[in-house]
Design a protein around this ligand. Structure first.
Ligand code: UP5
Ligand code: MG
Length: 190
C-alpha cells in the first residue's frame, strides 16, 4: 500500500558494467520497479522539457546532471509507481547526489549492489552496444570512466563502511552474474 515503507536498492557500477541488464532480471524475479536515472534523464531530453538541452550537453560530456534535477525525476517516478520496492540504477553518482537524495527523500538505501568490472571490459561492452546513445563513443566513455572513479567510487566506499554494499563480480555470462544477484536478493526475501 502507499503507506508501506519503501525498500530501496541502489544499483551501482561503471558504464557498461551491466546494471540495466541485471535490473531487468531482478524485476522479473522479485517484483521491483526499475528506475534507471540515465533513462529518466534521456526521457526528459526527448520530452522537450526546458532542461533537455542542459541534460543532453551534460551527458555528452560524461558529466553529472545537477542533483535536484535527477532527485526530482526519481521522486516523481517513485510516487507514481504504485510500488514500494525500487531498484535505483546508476544513481547516486556522487557524494553530492547521495546527500541530496537522503535529504529530499528522507531515506537511505536498504542495500547497494556494486557491479565490479574491469575498465577494458566496460569499454568493449559500451562500444558494441549500438543503440545510438550520444555517450557511447570512445571520447565520452573515457570521460565517464574518469567521473566514475573520481565521484562514484566514494559513494560506494561510504556505503561499504556502513556494511550496505554487496560487491558482484560483473565478468561472466549474464546468467553467471545473475546467480550472484539471486543469492543476495533471496537472503533479503527470507
Ligand atoms: N552486457 C551486459 N551484461 C553483459 C555480460 N555479462 N557480458 C557481456 N555483455 C554484457 O550493459 C552494457 C552492454 O553490455 C549492453 O550492450 C549489454 O547487452 C552488454 P548495460 O546493462 O546496459 O550496462 P549499464 O551498466 O547499465 O551501462 P550504462 O552505459 O547504462 O551505464 P552508465 O552508468 O554509463 O549510464 P547511465 O544511463 O546510468 O548514465 C548515462 C549518463 O547520464 C551519465 O554518464 C551521466 O552523464 C548522466 N547521469 C547523471 O548525470 N546522473 C545520474 O544520476 C545518472 C546518469
Ligand atoms: Mg544502464
Amino acid at each position: 500500500s502507499r503507506e508501506r515503507v519503501p525498500f530501496i536498492t541502489f544499483v551501482l557500477g561503471g558504464p557498461g558494467s551491466g546494471k540495466g541488464t541485471q535490473c531487468a532480471k531482478i524485476v522479473e524475479s522479485f517484483g521491483f520497479t526499475h528506475l534507471s536515472a540515465g533513462d529518466l534523464l534521456r526521457k526528459e531530453i526527448s520530452s522537450n522539457s526546458d532542461k533537455g538541452a542542459m541534460i543532453l550537453d551534460t551527458i555528452k560530456e560524461g558529466k553529472i546532471v545537477p542533483s535536484e534535477v535527477t532527485v526530482n525525476l526519481i521522486q516523481r517516478a517513485i510516487e507514481s509507481s504504485g510500488n514500494y520496492k525500487f531498484l535505483i540504477d546508476g544513481f547516486p553518482r556522487s557524494e553530492e547526489n547521495r546527500i541530496a537524495f537522503e535529504r529530499i527523500m528522507g531515506a537511505e538505501p536498504n542495500f547497494v549492489l556494486f557491479f565490479d568490472c574491469p575498465e577494458d571490459e566496460m569499454v568493449k561492452r559500451v562500444l558494441s552496444r549500438n543503440q545510438g546513445r550520444v555517450d557511447d563513443n570512445i571520447d565520452t566513455i573515457k570521460k565517464r570512466l574518469k567521473v566514475f572513479v573520481a565521484l562514484n567510487l566514494p559513494v560506494i566506499n561510504y556505503y561499504s563502511e556502513k556494511g550496505k554494499v554487496h560487491k558482484i563480480n560483473a565478468v561472466g555470462t549474464e546468467d553467471e552474474i545473475f546467480e550472484q544477484v539471486l543469492r543476495i536478493f533471496s537472503a533479503y526475501e527470507s
